[in-house]
Design a protein around this ligand. Structure first.
Ligand code: ATP
Length: 251
């Protein structure tokens, strides 16, 4: 993928199968966001191709990618805090009742159906779907966005740093929801800076460095330290912590 004279992605071969979680790791500026935008139809690749079921596809825009089952959830979940949980869940696909021109959203059905779906998908703390989404925690909002994608039949779910702003329990909730998506046969691309989160859920891993896939491996093939080092942040982090020990002096 080039922008003018700047090549942001090259040598990126990357595949995701149904029912697996592929973690895309990489430091800031490695090209993760650009890759997501290519996969989700925001950018058309200047060379190379995106294939679904082995057939090359060209998306005119994100709506076309969504129509082919590619759902993208960004860091803050894409939920509207001042809308109720059920409206967020259905977002334009609400069941309606009545006959035109008296058609209206069937609020009882949206509330009941979204609550049932969220509970089946593991969001058990939600008891009233008419509550504002803003009353949910950050992790619950992420989980809601993932649950919605699974419910509406996403085949590929792209998660852009869904756990990076969350505490441990909240991150665990999101990781569980990623597991639910996988169990439902959805292919997941999980973008993260957090090697621990990646290793908790990933089946395969790809490390992106300066726009190229520098390493690709399966679960269990590398230790956490090796992964951290690969993520280019690893060596720097070690140097940084060693530097800090020096700064504290002995004892
Ligand atoms: N539209 C563009 N035009 C020119 N350069 C771009 C464009 N978009 C991104 N880049 C450059 O490409 C590189 C990769 O950017 P990208 O946002 O994909 O990285 P990233 O891995 O997602 O980083 P981060 O974790 O910080 O979001 C950066 O050096 C960025 O400046």
């Amino acid at each position: 993928m080039r922008f003018g004279n700047t090549t942001v992605l090259h040598e990126v071969t990357f595949d995701v199968r149904a029912g697996e979680v592929v973690c895309l790791l990489g430091d800031n500026g490695a090209g993760k966001s650009t890759l997501i935008k290519v996969l989700s139809g925001v950018y058309r690749p200047t060379s190379g191709s995106v294939e679904i079921d082995g057939t090359p596809v060209r998306f005119a825009g994100p709506a076309e990618a969504r129509a082919r089952g590619i759902a993208t959830v960004h860091q803050y979940g894409g939920t509207a805090p001042l809308m109720s949980i059920d409206r967020n869940f259905f977002l334009g696909a609400e069941p309606v009742k009545g006959i035109w021109p008296f058609r209206r959203i069937d609020r009882d059905r949206t509330a009941a159906e979204s609550l049932k779906a969220l509970r089946e998908l593991g969001l058990s703390r939600v008891t009233d779907a008419r509550q504002l989404a803003g009353t949910m925690s950050g992790g619950e909002r992420q989980a809601l966005a993932i649950a919605r994608a699974v419910y509406f039949g996403a085949r590929l779910l792209i998660l852009d740093e869904p756990t990076s702003a969350l505490g441990v329990k909240e991150a665990a909730l999101v990781l569980r929801m990623i597991g639910t998506a996988r169990a439902n046969g959805v292919g997941v691309v999980f973008i993260t800076h957090n090697a621990q989160h990646a290793m908790a859920i990933g089946d395969r891993f790809a490390v992106l460095i300066s726009g190229a896939v520098a390493a690709a491996f399966r679960r269990g093939e590398k230790s956490r330290t090796e992964v951290l080092d690969l993520m280019a942040g690893g060596e720097e982090f070690q140097a940084l912590t060693e530097g800090m020990e020096d700064a504290h002096g002995p004892g």
